[in-house]
Write a protein that binds this ligand. Structure first.
Ligand code: DC
Length: 228
């Protein structure tokens, strides 16, 4: 394992709308670390499948989507050029991503991008943060810090509803809640790399915490590692 003072790897896992994405961005800013939203890789692969009228639950369609994404990433100046498409944030893309993510060959196809990102030390940055579902368990089992971010399902559904409504989408709480339960079930019950906390992860429940409070908890975990 690398020296955390030279290159610290932070793994953030948790279910949809738990607050891990917001925490990842805030932590990256506060620490000057690079950040990879690994869910965006699954979303972008699934988006390619949908664009080609494919089925993200079929292995051949899913793999074709992952391979198209990988070649786009290789040809891009930076990751954001490929992963910044706002259509990736749509709920239908999230659902398709969750279906694609249950296919072992698709997970394997996206693995090296994440592992390479985690271990590449770039000048000017103190480390990396990856957020997703299997970062602490599969992608970076040796991460210096593993945080498992959770929140009650009702709270997560309300957050997602607010996000979708702010984009002008006509959605109901009950539809968002049902979709979230379905996605949680798929992400936690799949055979390969299901969502669960690593045994050495620190749990943070964000249900009743502000963005700043969550960041402050995470930063104190980072300080402990630096001083240990
Ligand atoms: O975090 P998100 O909602 O953007 O992720 C979309 C889907 O991608 C999610 O339902 C499950 C899958 N995913 C995964 O299986 N493993 C990851 N490391 C990240 C996301």
């Amino acid at each position: 394992m690398t020296n955390p003072d030279e290159h610290m790897i932070i793994a953030l896992d948790g279910p949809a709308a738990s607050g891990k994405g917001t925490l990842a961005k805030n932590l990256a800013m506060a620490l000057n670390f690079r950040h990879m939203d690994t869910g965006a890789l699954y979303r972008a692969s699934a988006y390619e499948v949908l664009q080609n009228q494919g089925d993200p639950s079929r292995e051949d369609d899913a793999l074709a989507g992952c391979n198209t994404l990988k070649s786009k990433i290789l040809g891009a100046e930076n990751l954001n050029d490929v992963l910044g498409n706002p259509d990736l944030r749509k709920d239908e893309t999230g659902t398709a991503a969750s279906k694609l993510a249950a296919i072992p060959a698709a997970r394997e196809a996206l693995k090296s991008i994440q592992i390479d990102f985690a271990h590449e030390q770039k000048q000017g940055y103190g480390g990396v943060i990856l957020d997703g579902r299997d970062i602490g368990t599969v992608i970076c089992p040796n991460a210096h810090l593993k945080l498992y971010i959770e929140a009650d399902t009702e709270v997560r559904a309300k957050r997602r509803l607010k996000e979708l409504q702010s984009k002008g989408l006509d959605v109901t709480y009950s539809a968002v809640f049902a979709e979230m339960r379905e996605r949680d079930a798929r992400d936690t019950q799949r055979d390969t790399a299901p969502l669960h906390a690593a045994s050495d992860a620190i749990m943070i429940n964000t249900s009743h915490l502000s963005e700043e409070e969550v960041l402050s908890k995470a930063l104190s975990c980072v300080r402990e590692i630096r001083h240990s």
